[in-house]
Write a protein that binds this ligand. Structure first.
Ligand SMILES: [Zn+2]
Length: 282
């Protein structure tokens, strides 16, 4: 009888410990029961990997390596191995390579691309793994992530199915996330010429994921003046391209944008709620 009581006590302790872990994870990470939405800009070195943690979740690009797997495991509970949507803005490896690892390890609902063709080993692996869940998107495509939270494609302005660009950056998908009253613009690596074409229907932006890691080929004066961002997040790591460009940093400062950089500030979390947004760095 004493032995049974002893086991009973141990089982109870283990069950309580598991319950504490589950409740802690649910409280810390999950948006299932909260209305808040977190937009994580992961520090993945030179590249982009942005995770929108809403009731319907979306990973926008996967960075240059499998390090995105570790990042996702830090922000998702241990039992969650599924993603509703993946968007690959364009097929350069610094945005795509990590997505191949994500497709290996996560159950993914749908994969969005612009349809542009770029023949590399990484692209081939990605296409092979996503062909049954692949959708080509353009301006007008959108996802209602939850009530009052919507993700819309603003660029490309036409289908790029089968199209080959000299520079794949020119076919980057641009996304506008309207999160309650806050507006967040994700510009991929799109250049200034194309970004200036969407000025009229972008309007004022609260948080800008700065285009092309802060390259001077993106973020022109005309574009920044039109969207007037309060906060500018640059996803950048060690690189030989001179990113971010001092010219772009100066332009952002002259627009009074508060600048965050993944190479300096690490992982970033933009938390949106009906009361507005705030930014936490890790
Ligand atoms: Zn890039």
């Amino acid at each position: 009888m004493r032995l049974i009581k002893l086991y009973y006590k141990q089982i109870l302790i283990i069950a309580c410990a598991i319950a504490v872990v589950v409740i802690f994870q649910a409280y810390q990470y999950q948006s299932w029961w909260r209305s808040d939405v977190s937009v994580w800009v992961f520090d993945v070195g030179q590249g982009d990997a942005i995770f929108i943690d809403a009731k319907t979740d979306v990973l926008v690009d996967g960075g240059p390596s499998s390090c995105v797997i570790e990042k996702l495991s830090q922000v998702l509970p241990f039992w969650d191995r599924s993603l509703d949507f993946i968007v690959n803005t364009h097929p350069h490896a610094d945005h795509l390579a990590g997505l191949v690892d994500v497709l290996r390890r996560y159950q993914v609902g749908e994969v969005w691309t612009s349809g542009q063709v770029y023949e590399t080993g990484v692209s081939g692996a990605f296409e092979g793994m996503s062909e049954n869940i692949h959708k080509i998107v353009m301006v007008g495509s959108s996802i209602q992530l939850q009530e009052d939270v919507k993700l819309e494609v603003l660029w490309p302005n036409t289908s790029l199915e089968g199209k080959i660009f000299d520079d794949p950056n020119d076919g980057s998908i641009v996304l506008l996330l309207t999160c309650f009253n806050s507006r967040i613009l994700l510009t991929g690596d799109l250049g200034s010429d194309q970004l200036e074409q969407i000025i009229n229907y972008v309007g004022d932006i609260d948080v800008l994921k700065v285009g092309h890691h802060g390259s001077s080929a993106s973020s022109s004066d005309k574009f920044l003046q039109a969207i007037d961002p309060e906060v500018a997040i640059i996803s950048v790591g060690e690189n030989d391209y001179g990113h971010p460009s001092q010219i772009v940093l100066d332009r952002l400062e002259s627009e009074d944008a508060v600048i965050y950089r993944t190479d300096i500030n690490g992982d970033m979390r933009v938390i949106c709620s009906p009361d507005g947004y705030r930014i936490i760095t890790y």
